[in-house]
Ligand binder design. Structure first.
Ligand SMILES: [Zn+2]
Ligand SMILES: [Zn+2]
Length: 182
């Protein structure tokens, strides 16, 4: 039996040296394999998914410091060039993140104060996050007002978005698995 390919070799086979994205005159290493809905990528080691930027940071610089998060200096989330990665306290990472979506995606509670736990987070087909408690509450209120209309609304939504919803389910499942292991 052939020995398994070392992880660093597999890693290097999945990157493309960018000709469009740079940070301080060094090119981004763009991940060309699977990228999750948040724009991050992972590599499998012993059957487990590891976020690629965490993997390469550890490989290149040594151990990761607890309570610090890795920031992409180049702001390209699927970049895995270790020279573009820096360990920073969580808050710095939020302030550096440029988009409202980036900030929103890190919010821990919905506007009514329910926590975005993996169980309570619904991912809409357009990638927006929803609070399941609020979604259910709203649906019950609409149903109480007009049951037939609400059932029809729900059926149409499912029909229209069936493929997307199934894809989301699979992604959420693998993301939750990744999170548990971090
Ligand atoms: Zn980069
Ligand atoms: Zn809520």
């Amino acid at each position: 039996m052939r020995p398994p390919t070392p992880i660093i070799e597999r890693f290097l086979s999945k990157i493309n040296i960018s000709t469009t994205h740079f940070y301080k005159n060094t090119a981004c290493w763009e991940w060309i394999a699977w990228i999750n809905k948040n724009g991050y990528c992972h590599i499998t080691l012993k059957g487990k998914g590891i976020l690629t930027h965490r993997f390469i940071y550890e490989y290149w610089y040594g151990e990761l410091t607890p309570h610090l998060t890795i920031d992409h200096l180049c702001r390209v989330r699927h970049c895995v060039n270790p020279l573009h990665l820096e360990q920073v306290p969580y808050r710095v990472n939020i302030l550096r993140g440029e988009t409202l979506a980036a900030i929103n995606s890190r919010k821990t509670h919905c506007k009514r104060g329910h926590e975005f736990t993996p169980e309570n987070t619904y991912s809409y087909p357009n990638d927006a996050r929803g609070c399941r408690i609020c979604i259910n509450l709203n649906a019950r209120q609409r149903y109480a007002k007009n049951p037939e209309k609400e059932i029809l609304r729900y059926k149409t939504y499912l029909q229209k978005n069936r493929d997307l919803i199934n894809r989301k389910k699979r992604e959420t499942y693998s993301n939750n698995k990744l999170k548990k292991q971090e």
